[in-house]
Design a protein around this ligand. Structure first.
Ligand SMILES: NC(=O)c1ccc[n+]([C@@H]2O[C@H](COP(=O)([O-])OP(=O)(O)OC[C@H]3O[C@@H](n4cnc5c(N)ncnc54)[C@H](O)[C@@H]3O)[C@@H](O)[C@H]2O)c1
Length: 250
């Protein structure tokens, strides 16, 4: 990054629980932020907002072009937008498979592709995908989510190797369950899929894999992303940055 000017980041899923916290943390750390979402929330934080459907090529291209038009540069991409669908594989709707893969695997690829020249010009470009513990382990009834998250970890490793000579780093933050609408919305689906009452789902399903029995808070993920985008994050590339309260220690 050129120290004479404010660095600029594009954050996707910025109207959501984790994305909103990331926009706020980067604003506090002195970044210009383009907050991209299907339905941007102007109240989310200090960033400028931009509406785009990131399941489409045009949406991803428009988001990068808008950031470059607005800031004249781009030093970081935070590919955070995501969604979930919980269903057994035999019943899994094929359109939902396509949409989850488009949003959580293809969008990070397209954002990296379109932003690549600007990230290289930055001299200190950063790509962070907000992946999941599900980039490293699986759970039943989440075939599309687990596949997309494993895929984005592979993408990040590849970007790290390709970006090494150009000063571009790439990492995948891999959280356990975080207190956001995405988790709250799946309690009913999980109850149906597991045949449990909704009140048992948080304890018996959602927190079951965590060694530490609590949800992460969005601000904890945001602080990690801000760290990875800051000077101390420079040594992290091509790796999952796991923050899963002991899930994958077993
Ligand atoms: N909440 C968790 O427990 C948890 C755990 C690990 C990883 N994650 C990951 O963190 C990321 C953020 O999740 P969250 O919990 O904040 O979810 P969230 O539902 O609060 O936010 C997701 C955001 O993505 C946006 N989005 C959805 N479809 C889009 C599209 N087509 N184009 C543009 N934007 C779109 C939504 O509008 C929403 O604002 C996701 O990638 C998720 O997989 C979440």
């Amino acid at each position: 990054m050129n120290a004479d000017r404010r660095p600029a980041a594009l954050v996707t899923g910025a109207a959501g629980g984790i994305g909103g916290a990331i926009v706020a943390a980067l604003g506090d750390a002195g970044w210009d932020v383009l907050a991209v979402d299907l339905r941007p929330d102007p109240e989310t934080g200090p960033g400028a907002s931009f509406a785009a459907d990131l399941t489409t090529r045009e949406g991803n291209r428009a988001a990068v072009e808008h950031a470059l038009d607005r800031f004249g540069r781009l030093d970081a991409i935070v590919a955070n937008a995501g969604m979930q669908h919980v269903a057994p594989v035999a019943d899994f709707p094929e359109d939902r498979w396509d949409a989850l893969l488009a949003l959580m695997l293809t969008s990070p690829f397209l954002l990296a592709k379109y932003a690549w020249p600007a990230l290289a010009a930055s001299g200190d470009g950063r790509i962070v995908a907000v992946a999941s513990a599900h980039a490293q382990v699986a759970s039943p009834f989440k075939s599309a989510y687990v596949s997309a998250k494993h895929g984005v970890l592979g993408l990040v490793k590849t970007l790290a190797l390709e970006g090494a000579e150009q000063g571009i780093t790439a990492t995948a933050v891999c959280p356990g369950f975080v207190r956001t609408p995405l988790v709250e919305a799946q309690i009913g689906d999980q109850a149906r899929a597991h045949g449990l009452p909704e009140e048992d789902v948080l304890r018996d399903v959602i927190l079951a894999p965590h060694a530490v029995k609590r949800l992460l808070e969005p601000e904890e993920i945001a602080a990690t992303v801000a760290f990875l985008l800051g000077p101390a994050g420079r040594a992290f590339t091509g790796v999952p940055v796991t923050m899963d309260l002991g899930w994958t220690a077993r």
